[in-house]
Design a protein around this ligand. Structure first.
Ligand SMILES: Cc1cc2nc3c(=O)[nH]c(=O)nc-3n(C[C@H](O)[C@H](O)[C@H](O)COP(=O)(O)OP(=O)(O)OC[C@H]3O[C@@H](n4cnc5c(N)ncnc54)[C@H](O)[C@@H]3O)c2cc1C
Length: 392
């Protein structure tokens, strides 16, 4: 049985200095975004903004300098992330690469892969997507069926990935495919591959590589997700990440990065800000009490999440604590629209004549349902927590 701990952490002085620097950057480059655009949080994507962040040294902050990184601490990266999220900055284009694909390559990639695939990420010029889920393999990721068959000099990949966020704009997919000969081998016989979708100059490589990307529109009509089909797509041996057939344990360590950051409780922050704005012109005791309660929850989640960052900084594996923060964070993010609706008696709606509060509420009522699915569903996370605590 594991135990978990959330030790109190005080951010170092360098983090406070960086916070000022990030706020100056945001005042210059993010001031004109509407509240509705800001509500997209880390799903909002703007390649030009990513390039500016790269120039400012805000991507790959903790990575080694020899790969374009800045060798700063996890705390400094944490402060940069929370400032970007609270400001609703459009960080989505480079988010996956900075959060998990880069750390994955630093841990398991070859020297050649690191030199080729990391520096453009830190410049905000190369974006990644994650090819894990399949039509019949979501929560049960070990049942992945898309396969990579060994041929001379590489592998031929055939199969279908689904819900692939950003595959239409990404340069690279890191995908998980079955390489083992025993299809019932479950966690054995899975391998991760780096798959080029676009050249660094933006040239589309998908058709040439026998890959098709089709949009899946969300409830809001937006295009974030895709279905990606591979029809004997050739991937050279040099694109295997880590060891052949070792993909399962690599993916598990990647998911620890995916689940532990401040984006797991700050996705609805724009609505809290709109509530505060509304209350400053129309104060009510009921509104103050509701916002006060939300801020108390927010600061507790933040303490817990910073403590996870401290563990990552110390080289520990906070998978259990990260799962707890993600689960509690999603509950928090999802309850905010209903609280706002009860306090202000306005309907969620998006359109020219709606107020900022109504629009942000309208976006989040429809979008926040997904916050407890992406990155692992509530039931799966609670299963992990229960197993970690020896309860199942
Ligand atoms: C916004 C968003 C972005 C995403 N982006 C990506 C991406 O970029 N790349 C990618 O690969 N995937 C992505 N996904 C897919 C995501 O990882 C899956 O949706 C998720 O893993 C759940 O899989 P599923 O949709 O197949 O649901 P299922 O696994 O079919 O689950 C359906 C329901 O059954 C429950 N359930 C399943 N198994 C169990 C169990 N053993 N015990 C109890 N309950 C269970 C689940 O909790 C859920 O409520 C994204 C999803 C969302 C919502």
């Amino acid at each position: 049985m594991q135990t978990f701990s959330f030790d109190p952490v005080t951010l170092p002085p360098a983090a406070a200095e960086l916070r000022r620097e990030v706020r100056d950057f945001l005042a210059e480059h993010n001031a004109r975004r509407s509240p509705l655009d800001r509500a997209q949080s880390w799903s909002g994507s703007d390649p030009e903004f990513s390039r500016k962040m790269g120039e400012a040294g805000f991507i790959g902050m903790v990575w080694p300098k020899k790969y374009g990184g800045h060798e700063r601490s996890s705390f400094e990266r944490y402060v940069m992330l929370e400032e970007m999220l609270v400001a609703g900055a459009p960080v989505g284009a480079h988010w996956v690469a900075d959060r998990q694909s880069g750390p994955l390559l630093l841990r398991f990639g070859t020297e050649e892969q690191r030199q080729k695939y990391l520096p453009p990420v830190t410049r905000g010029e190369m974006f990644y997507c994650i090819g894990m889920s399949e039509p019949d393999s979501g929560s049960d990721l070990a049942s992945v069926r898309s396969k990579a068959v060994k041929v001379d000099g590489g592998f031929l990949i055939t199969g279908r990935k689904i819900w692939t966020s950003g595959a239409h704009t990404a340069h690279v997919m890191i995908g998980l495919f079955r390489t083992g000969s025993n299809p019932d081998g479950r966690q054995e016989g899975l391998t991760q591959f780096l798959i080029d979708l676009r050249a660094p100059d933006g040239t589309d490589l998908k058709a040439r590589n026998n890959i098709q990307v089709r949009p899946i529109r969300s409830l809001l009509g937006e295009h974030h997700f895709n279905e990606v089909t591979f029809d004997e797509a050739f991937v050279p041996d040099s694109q295997v990440v880590g060891k052949v057939d070792n993909g399962w344990s690599q993916v598990m360590s990647e998911l620890a990065f995916e689940r532990s950051g401040p984006e797991r409780y700050l996705s609805s922050i724009q609505l809290v800000l709109e509530m505060i704005r509304e209350l400053s012109s129309n104060p009510t005791p009921q509104g103050h009490a509701a916002v006060g309660r939300l801020i108390a929850h927010l600061s507790t989640l933040r303490q817990m999440s910073v403590s996870v960052a401290a563990k990552l900084n110390a080289g520990l594996d906070p998978a259990l604590e990260g799962s707890i923060v993600k689960d509690l964070g999603a509950v928090f993010e999802q309850e905010i629209p209903a609280i706002a609706q009860a306090i202000f008696n306005v309907e969620p709606r998006i359109g020219k004549h709606a107020s900022d509060l109504e629009q942000v509420m309208g976006f989040l009522v429809q979008n926040s349902v997904s916050y407890s699915m992406r990155g692992g569903t509530r039931e799966i996370l609670r299963g992990i927590i229960a197993r970690g605590l020896g309860l199942r």
